[in-house]
Design a protein around this ligand. Structure first.
Ligand SMILES: C[S@@+](CC[C@H](N)C(=O)[O-])C[C@H]1O[C@@H](n2cnc3c(N)ncnc32)[C@H](O)[C@@H]1O
Length: 163
């Protein structure tokens, strides 16, 4: 079934189930001082969830290629609407929830990470091949596994090598 804004609108509860399972497993790798690039941020539900946990990042840049998907915009997120994102900025972490398979061309994201930076990505299990680039140089896997109840996802947390 093709992805659509209308379907996604009804997906909040399903995404939150995933965040709830994922965050306790990976939170030790994140700091509030981090700058974060969220690739395919959508409605920024993850940051709503983190806020409820009493956690917030110093800087969140939210990229999405669909203007409608990011409305209503969340305070504290710097939005960039484009389907071909490039920046000279280097982030402490990149987060991509269920977006890499839609973008088709996620290669190049690693260039936007600081050395030693991390990337956390999830995909519906049927699309988990989209995470394969996070298993290759320059990345080292820190953690991975299954999450989700209504929809089963696979997540990978990888670190970019220092040199
Ligand atoms: C399934 S939604 C997930 C949204 C959000 N990450 C979440 O956890 O709810 C996938 C998002 O990726 C966005 N997207 C698709 N292709 C993209 C691209 N080339 N660049 C940036 N965002 C893209 C879509 O517009 C959509 O908002």
């Amino acid at each position: 079934m093709p992805f659509s804004t209308r379907i996604y609108q009804s997906w909040r509860k399903i995404q939150r189930e995933k965040y709830t399972q994922l965050w306790p497993r990976v939170s030790e790798h994140f700091r509030e001082s981090f700058s974060v690039l969220d690739f395919g941020i959508g409605k920024a539900w993850f940051y709503e969830f983190l806020d409820e946990q009493g956690f917030g990042f110093a800087r969140v840049v939210g990229v999405d290629n669909d203007q409608k998907m990011v409305e209503p915009r969340r305070d504290g997120v710097s939005y960039i609407i484009t389907g071909d994102f490039h920046t000279p900025e280097r982030f402490d972490s990149i987060i991509a929830f269920d977006s890499l398979h839609l973008a088709r061309q996620p290669a190049g994201l690693e260039e936007m990470l600081k050395p030693g930076g991390t990337i956390l990505a999830t995909e519906p299990s049927r699309f988990r091949d989209s995470l394969s680039l996070l298993r290759q140089h320059p990345f080292t896997i820190l953690d991975e596994g299954e999450i989700g109840e209504t929809e089963e996802d696979f997540y990978t947390l990888s670190r970019k090598e220092q040199a």
